[in-house]
Write a protein that binds this ligand. Structure first.
Ligand code: WT7
Length: 651
């Protein structure tokens, strides 16, 4: 726990408290301080109250059925997520309100009102149906942040198909793994995407992934055109723009989904083995995400909501699509990089559209800090009234910088802790009620029962331990696609009735939660979750590698950076070329996001007597710390050797 202890030490010296501005509290959606206690006493009553903000085709009969580890919410209720996100707003005063403001990297923009979005979603739903997609079928989506991406998701939801989005930064191999696991029959992709002015050959990646897969048809969004060089496979590939032309312009009747019917799968990394297909269902997820928009984000009719995440991650699913649209908000979707063409791109966007709520990741804030405040100071950010962060612990300096330069010392900051599995924010302040402390996600939201417990499950009042969630919540994952056993073991293996997120946390004397990071072998690089096992498997797939151990070492900007310790097979020599090749292997197998920052060659790896690689020790070495307890090691000199190698590398 050396790592955590060091971090904790800095965090606990943090004693600044920021109280909500009474003017903010007065106008806040959630401003009754009793809400926490009322919801804690009767979580089901609280969620039933929130469920009124969702339109049900048929009311539910029962709020919750809990047979640990399986929860069912809003039993018997019928609804449709796309109907809630689009159609119901077309029937009232929001009909001509902007639903999506989309801006591309090259500066083009498009605005979709709720009415326009609804027409596009309906046409896309007809198109999918024409292609034979039915309720319950899986549709894989591998697209950059173009408008067709949210439209595709909503069209799937409208017909009851299960979408599974694969982040466009993932490799063909990662795409193939997800297609295979979900058994998708349709893939929606693009000829190519743009990133900092260069093309990303998505179609070529997809072609590689598709050979011999379950996918029967591919819909291709034309983004780049001729210059992409994308090849269409006759009988399999179809252009989105041609097929949608053929689709009916009639309204598409929303499929009546059961509250517990699956809305989507989203893959995320775990400790061992292949990525897990997290299953989210319709009713509970919609209630959860909609509630968080009104509570944590204090969403109002006139807000312009911008979440900078990619729709390829859960943050984008929840806070670019299902959350804000279900609440009738205007969302900004930006396709490009934060420094393209200049480092002020984000602030230009805030100014141009008058963004009021801005939701981003600590890693980006640290990048902005590095660039300096001049890019911000060039722009009028006075429209901003609420700032939010997600993805990893926010260090107090980054929090203070965000507060000072972006929030102009006026706006509340909500640090939101959650996971792909939780569906929406779980631990976060209510901006009108909860005093904030820089670096703490503060308290669980109303209706969420969080505790910090030791390994025997005993509550730790003031101190560190395992974060647990002791009562089910509507937007929780229902299982892992095709592997309920793994679901049980991963999240309920340690405590059969409590959900175990896999994070360590500290609770202070005011009951505030400070997230310390993962307790398992999962790395968080720039807010993206990567399993050490996945990177290790990629490395050992290279013919020259005998063994590999991967760790996350702390990094000032990314939070964590990947360091790989590699043992080469006999007859192979470490070299710069070898390093480049190994890094490339990881990119090919997983994607750029998993590329190791550094590779250290060694003859041995430190292991426990039971043969488990001691990652903690490797982390200590990579971070240049004194060694912790090594008594369980088989061969202590290994560490000395590793330390020496690491120091050599740095010189
Ligand atoms: C893991 C979940 C859903 C958000 C995007 C990441 C870490 C997330 C915070 C935060 C400290 C955080 C945790 C968590 N994490 N938000 N505000 N403070 N840590 O989703 O890929 O499923 O990763 O990200 O370690 O377990 P994810």
């Amino acid at each position: 726990m050396v790592n955590e202890a060091k971090q904790l030490d800095t965090l606990l010296k943090e004693n600044r408290v920021f109280h909500p501005d009474p003017a903010f509290t007065k106008q806040a959606n959630f401003n009754d301080p009793d809400i926490y206690e009322r919801a804690a006493k009767d979580p089901e009553g609280y969620w039933a109250e929130q469920a009124k903000h969702i339109t049900w085709f048929k009311p539910y009969d029962k709020v919750l059925e809990w047979n640990p580890p399986h929860a069912k919410w809003f039993l018997g209720g019928k609804l449709n997520a796309a109907y809630n996100c689009v159609d119901r707003h077309r029937q009232g005063p929001r009909k001509n309100k902007a639903a999506i403001i989309w801006e591309s990297e090259n500066g083009d923009s498009k605005v979709f009102t709720y009415e326009m979005l609804g027409r596009e979603v309906d046409k896309a739903a007809h198109m999918l149906k024409n292609l034979g997609v039915k309720k319950g079928d899986r549709v894989a989506v591998y697209l950059p942040m173009v408008p067709e991406l949210p439209i595709a998701l909503l069209a799937c939801a409208k017909i009851g198909a299960i979408h599974t989005v694969v982040f466009a930064g993932f490799s063909s191999k990662a795409l193939r793994d997800r297609i295979d696991d979900s058994d998708a029959k349709l893939l929606i992709t693009a000829d190519a995407g743009w990133r900092r002015g260069s093309q990303v050959p998505l179609k070529a990646y997809a072609d590689e992934a598709l050979e011999g897969s379950s996918v029967e048809k591919v819909l291709v969004v034309r983004i780049v055109g001729e210059a992409s060089g994308a090849k269409m496979v006759a009988g399999r590939d179809l252009y989105w723009h041609e097929e949608i032309e053929k689709a009916s312009k009639e309204p598409f009747p929303a499929e009546e989904m059961d509250a517990e019917d699956i809305l989507y799968l989203l893959y995320t990394s775990g400790t061992t083995g292949k990525p897990k297909g997290i299953v989210h269902t319709t009713g509970g997820y919609m209630v959860g995400v909609n509630t968080s928009l009104r509570s944590v984000f204090d969403l109002k009719e006139e807000d312009i909501f911008w979440c900078t995440a990619d729709i390829g991650w859960v943050t984008g699913h929840t806070y670019l699509v299902y959350g804000p649209l279900s609440a009738g908000a205007t969302v900004v979707i930006y396709e490009g990089a934060p420094d393209y063409p200049e480092r002020d791109r984000f602030w230009k966007i805030v100014e141009k559209y008058g963004v009021t709520i801005f939701y981003t990741a600590p890693t980006l804030i640290r990048t902005f800090m590095k660039w300096g405040p001049s890019y911000i100071e060039k722009h009028d950010l006075s429209s901003l009234r609420l700032l939010a962060t997600v993805g990893e612990p926010i260090n107090p300096e980054a929090w203070m910088w965000f507060h000072k330069y972006v929030g102009r010392e006026k706006t509340p900051i909500v640090d939101t802790w959650w996971q792909t599995e939780t569906g929406c924010a779980m631990i976060a302040p209510l901006p009108g009620l909860t005093p904030t402390k820089p670096g703490s996600a503060t308290k669980p939201l109303p209706g969420i029962l969080v505790d910090v417990v030791d390994d025997d499950g005993r509550t730790v009042e003031n101190g560190g331990g395992n974060l647990v969630i002791k009562h089910p919540w509507p937007s929780m994952l229902r299982t892992i696609w095709g592997d309920d056993e793994r679901f049980r073991n991963t999240y309920f293996g340690k405590f059969p009735e409590w959900y175990l997120p896999g994070d360590a946390a500290h609770r202070d004397e005011d009951g505030y939660i400070w997230i310390l990071g993962r307790i398992d072998d999962v790395i968080n690089v720039s807010g993206h979750r990567i399993g050490t096992m996945e990177v290790e498997s990629a490395l050992v797939s290279h013919p020259s590698v005998a063994e590999a151990a991967v760790i996350g070492r702390s990094d000032d900007v990314k939070g964590q950076a990947i360091t790989a310790f590699v043992i080469l097979k006999e007859g192979n020599e470490p070299s710069a070329a070898m390093t480049a090749e190994l890094k490339e292997t990881v990119v090919e197998q997983i994607g750029k996001l998993a590329r190791p920052e550094e590779i250290i060659y060694t003859a041995e790896l430190p292991k426990t007597r039971s043969g488990k690689i001691m990652r903690r020790l490797l982390r200590d070495i990579a971070e240049g710390r004194v060694l912790g307890d090594t008594t369980t090691l088989t061969d202590p000199p290994v560490i000395e050797e590793l330390k020496r190698l690491y120091q050599d590398k740095e010189d």
